[in-house]
Design a protein around this ligand. Structure first.
Ligand SMILES: [Zn+2]
Length: 460
């Protein structure tokens, strides 16, 4: 039995009542929140006590879409100013040189960045496995950092010779993909509350896998109760590709393949119609909104407020670090709020007086990053600070230069102001970031190893 007491913080619970406690804290026992209360009502002692006076305390952020391995290819000159399809064509041959060591090292880099930005649960989508690399390499690396991981077993089976986008050298046979998917589910998937590792099946995109693989992956996932994930409706190019090759728009294609349901979430979902938004809501599909990536690749602006109004679960994702090019999830909360406002400015909603059409507020953006993400990943045990949930949280000290002058509304301050490293991050009550430093791995070692491997990939 171990206990942790946090007191004197500005607590943002993100519970169903949107409760905030200006002077409150948590009492944690064995990794679970036992009590959220004003500081004076909490127990007086614990194995460890943290006085977080001057800090805002929030539920840990949930990242719903990433490709950790892409931290090895950030800002590659030839891919800097390309749209999605050209960006991919430039990078596929570089990624094809990766080894298990690259997967391990890049996972630690991405998760260290995420932890330092308040993230406590991350979903990653690894969809190419060159030179003997496996999802196991990522899971091993994640265990060391200590962030909860939803490891998506991605796949590509539709190479150039069969009309797909990726070169044949980076695609696998469907038999190999399905066998490995089954192995990973049996070995790692933990459906229990408080799980640190879950497996997801995630054929990469309509333009890199066959419909057959999508169908069989869904069948396998549903036999084992694991979730399904893929990229969808990211760009206009993809819409044209689907119309020409399958005779459907991307969402219609998913409907045909049995890929609509509460166990499915899609990354991006930018190019959708009103009817398709209603279809997502009706089937309970989730959306991983990746605003920075959508801006970086000039993909478009996802209709996030429309999704929210329709009742679609929306979470945030930093997306791969070759299209962001960072893994700062708190910055992504800010981007989501700002990009939504640009869309409102373009469509004229910014002038609307209807309450539901008001500009996205800081607290709404934080909701997407916490409760929204937890719902998208199908987890009721994270995403809020309330008794019975996992003690996953982060804290930001407002007594820093970046927040000077913003004390009137400490919660909005951490979204409106330029984010800096968070001061504390805890997963299951264990502090993995303390005083702005990563506690579970050596940041300098991570950076040096990462740079050596990245140089090798690009110079090969
Ligand atoms: Zn992606």
């Amino acid at each position: 039995m171990s206990t942790l007491l946090i007191k004197n913080a500005y607590v943002v619970t993100m519970d169903d009542h949107h409760r905030e406690l200006p002077d409150g804290g948590l009492f944690v026992r064995d990794g679970l929140i036992e009590q959220v209360a004003p500081s004076g009502a909490l127990p007086e002692a614990a194995d460890e006590t943290l006085d977080l006076r001057g800090h805002v305390l929030l539920p840990g952020l949930v990242n719903t879409h990433h490709h950790f391995y892409q931290t090895l290819t950030r800002a590659v000159p030839a891919a800097q100013d390309a749209n999605l399809f050209n960006w991919l064509r430039t990078l596929y041959p570089i990624w094809a040189r990766m080894t298990p060591e690259h997967v391990f090292a890049s996972t630690q880099t991405a998760l260290a960045e995420l932890a330092l930005s308040g993230c406590t649960t991350a979903s990653d989508h690894l969809y190419l496995f060159p030179n003997g690399s496996r999802l196991d390499d990522e899971i091993d690396a994640a265990r060391e950092v200590g962030v909860r991981l939803h490891a998506s077993r991605g796949s590509m089976s539709l190479g150039e010779s069969k009309g797909g986008l990726p070169p044949d050298s980076v695609v696998d046979s469907e038999d190999v993909i399905l066998k490995d998917s089954q192995r990973l589910i049996e070995r790692y998937h933990d459906p229990a509350a408080g799980a640190t590792v879950r497996i997801v099946l995630a054929p990469c995109s309509p333009f890199s896998v066959t419909g057959d693989l999508m169908r069989q992956s869904a069948e396998l996932a549903r036999q084992h109760g694991v979730r399904l994930h893929t990229h969808l409706a990211e760009t206009e190019d993809e819409e044209q590709f689907c119309m020409q090759k399958f005779g459907h728009r991307p969402v219609g294609y998913m409907q045909e393949l049995g890929w609509m349901g509460p166990d499915v979430w899609f990354a991006h979902a930018v190019w959708v119609s009103e009817a398709e938004i209603r279809a997502f809501a009706g089937h309970g599909c989730g959306v991983a909104h990746c605003p920075t990536s959508n801006m970086r690749l000039a993909s478009g602006i996802a209709p996030i407020k429309e999704y929210m109004l329709a009742g679609v679960n929306v979470g945030l994702g930093v997306d791969g670090s070759a299209s962001n090019d960072g893994s700062n999830l708190l910055a992504e909360v800010r981007q989501a709020m700002l990009l939504s406002r640009i869309k409102d400015g373009i469509t004229g909603y910014s002038l609307s007086t209807e309450p539901e059409r008001r500009l996205m507020a800081a607290r709404q953006a934080l909701w997407l990053g916490t409760r929204g993400g937890a719902a998208v990943l199908g987890r009721a045990d994270i995403g809020a600070l309330e008794a019975g949930r996992c003690a996953d949280f982060f804290a930001v000290n407002l007594d820093h230069l970046e927040y000077a002058g913003a004390a009137q509304d400490p919660v909005s301050a951490i979204v409106f102001c330029q984010p800096r490293r968070v001061d504390y991050t805890a997963v299951g009550g264990k502090l993995i970031v303390r005083n702005g430093s990563l506690m579970t791995a050596d940041e300098i070692v991570i950076v040096q190893r990462h740079n050596r491997l990245a140089r090798g990939l690009l110079e090969a």
